[in-house]
Structures are given as structure tokens and as C-alpha cells.
Design a binder for this molecule. Sequence first.
Ligand code: CAA
Length: 394
Amino acid sequence: MPTPVIGIHDLSIATTHYVLDHATLAHHHGVPVDKYHYGIGQEAMSVPAADEDIVTLAATAAAPILQRHGTDNLRTLLLATESSVDQSKASGLYLHPLLGLPNTCRVLELKQACYSATAALQLALGLITRDPAERVLVIAADIARYDLDTPAEATQGAAAAAMLITADPALAALGPITGIHSTDVNDFWRPNYRTTAVVDGKLSITAYLDAVTHAYTDYRNRGGLPLEEFAAFCYHQPFTKMAYKAHRHLLAAHDLPTETTDLDRALAATTHYNRVIGNSYTASLYLALASLLDHTDDLTGQPIAMISYGSGSVAELFTATPAPGYQTQLRTTTDIINQRKPIDYHHYRTLHTTSEPTRDGHLVLPRETASPYRLAAITNHNRIYETTGHPPTA
Ligand code: CAA
């Protein structure tokens, strides 16, 4: 039997209720705003309301997909996150009542910093190769949180990307060849007792560049395309300037031109969403793909390099090729971004420093988010979610 074409059938993005612009942050940090706008390529960051977390972001992203495609043959949900809500229970299980998922759907959570959604895609490809009738829901959801008043604070953000993975995908086929590089490096990590990441910013940049170079070498050794044959390059974007640094590094390593116009042609369309949302860790790469598809005329049949990096570290390079007619499947991510409410600096800092109960505290959260999905309370160690809507139906 021939191997089926497998890939992304649908892609849906969600982000938070609030947004903080970098001009406000620059003012309070006492740095020129150009450092943020041009130096790191960021204009604004998504900020979660008190009643939002990765479960509510994941539900908000996944609901439109289930509305469009139903749950038939949906036998696996893979939720990839670095900002989980529990040390044992998979966050995806909270989506059952919120989204009306079938009991015949296995649920699993994956973690490897900003890389894990890419691993989830690879697992989905394996499951669907075994039974092409099955469909897998992959959700990448993260809240990037660093200590206040540190250089990394300007690279915070939050979002979720939900993807329905199927045979004969309507959006983009995922190629069978991937390049991988894994190594032990302490560039960014978050011990269990911390709500914010520990990061060695400069090391994280060189670790990212090294890992991407090695992943591309592995990809080529396994028969992958040369750089010149890609129509565009979607990188993990902890800040959008990082994509430019990485692409320049990769091109230079292969004696290819690195003029600004070459970089812009390959990257500019991939940066629109991450530039105003900030780092969404494992969702970031898939926000780059959504941005590219929404901001480029026609990429049908043209290979796109997908370059995933998760600190710690794992990098993986693979190919996505837009399917004929993919443009009819595109969504309105810009509206989702524009619906966010500006937050004032004091409120932002209050939300940042307010933590959930660490023992058996009782927390009731008034409605703050405009999303239909929200965290209503934490009581007796239980997280109570609620929805104002009905679970999506086919
Ligand atoms: N106008 C224009 N540009 C300016 C400027 C100005 N007035 N002032 C400074 N800049 C430029 C600098 O020249 C620099 O550019 P280059 O990198 O091209 O040299 C850029 O702005 C940043 O300035 P600094 O190097 O001084 O930045 P910083 O020390 O304040 O912090 C950072 C930058 C290290 C990235 C920090 O934001 C950080 O630690 N972020 C978190 C870690 C991170 O995102 N790492 C990325 C790789 S790891 C990864 O990808 C996984 C992940 O998601 C975490």
C-alpha cells in the first residue's frame, strides 16, 4: 500500500485577553523603544488574564477546528506545553468537558521546552501512517514568563496553535524527511519550584544557532532539500529578530548571500503574528506558519522549511508544502490579535506577581477574559473550568 500524504488539515490560533505594548515596557525599563522594535523585533506581548491559562488557550484554539470537522475518528489529542497546570494529569484531559471530546480519544501531554509540538506532529504522522482513517489533534499552548525587570521580560508572550493532522490534508503536507539535533545544554529551563524560566540569554542564542545548523546537516544527510529550494523559512521565534540571526547564520555556513533583501524574502511574512504576540514557546513556530500562509500570495506546492528549537536542547528541521486550494482554508488570526485589550503597566505587574495557591488554598476568579473558556476557581486542589458556550458540534 502506498504511504498516504499526511499533514495539517486545519490550523487555528488563540491568544490572550490582554496585550502590553513594548513602548510602555521600554518607558518603564528606561531603554530606547528601538531596542525592542528593531533590536529584538518585538512590538507587543500577549498577557493572560487571571482566569486564563494554557488549558483555556488550548480550548479557544481547538474549538473552531472541532466545529468545522467534528470528532469522528479523532483518536488522539497531543497537547504540547512547557507551562503545564499539573505535574501528573495531562492538561488535555481538562478539554474533555469543555470541547466534548470522545472517550475513545487518547490524551497525552508532551514537554521539551519550545520543541514539543514538533515532536507531537511526528508522533501524529506515525499514528496516521498506521491507520490513515485516524485523525490527531495537536495543540501547542504556552505562556512565556520571565522575571520582571530582566532583559528576557521583553520576550514574554502567550498563545496556542491547534492543528488537525490527517491523511490528504487540506492545508499543508508534512514531508517524511527530518533533521534532528539533541544535546544537553543549560540555556533555558524551569525547575518545578519556579513560575518563571531561568535563562542564560546569550548562551541560548548560540545554542539555538548551533542546533539549527546541525539539524540542517542531518536533514541534508538524510536526503533533504538544499536551502535554495525552499520558498520560505519558518523558524521558532522567541523574538522575531532571532529568525533573522538564525537564517543569516545558516546561509553564511553554506556560502549563500545574506543581504537584508534575501533575509526579508525568506522570513518577513513569517513574523507578523509573533512580533505582536511575543514568545509562545512551542506554539511560536506554528504562529510563524500561520503568518506566512496568511501574508503570502500563493505557495501551493512550494516547500517551506520548518525549523523548530527547544532549549535544553532539541532542534528539528522538516518540510511543510501547502496543498492545492489551501487558501480557502485560511483563518482570521489578525482579528483574534486585534481583539485583545490593552493592559496598563500596573495591572500587568500585578497579574505577573499573583500566583496560584501552592497548598490547599481556595481561589475564586471573577470573569476577566472575553474567551468562552475560563478558569473559574481552584478549590481542594481541583481546577474548575467553565464555558459560556456549548461544546462544539460537528
Ligand atoms: N536600537 C536598535 N537596536 C538596539 C538598540 C537600539 N537603541 N539597543 C540595543 N539594540 C540591539 C542590540 O544591538 C542587539 O542586537 P544584536 O543581537 O543584533 O546585536 C539587540 O538589540 C538586543 O540587545 P542586547 O543584546 O543588549 O539584549 P539584552 O541583553 O537586553 O537581551 C536577550 C536580549 C538575551 C535575547 C533577552 O531578551 C533574553 O534573555 N531573552 C530570553 C531568551 C531567548 O529568547 N533566547 C532566544 C534563543 S533560546 C530559544 O529560542 C528558546 C526560547 O524560546 C526561550
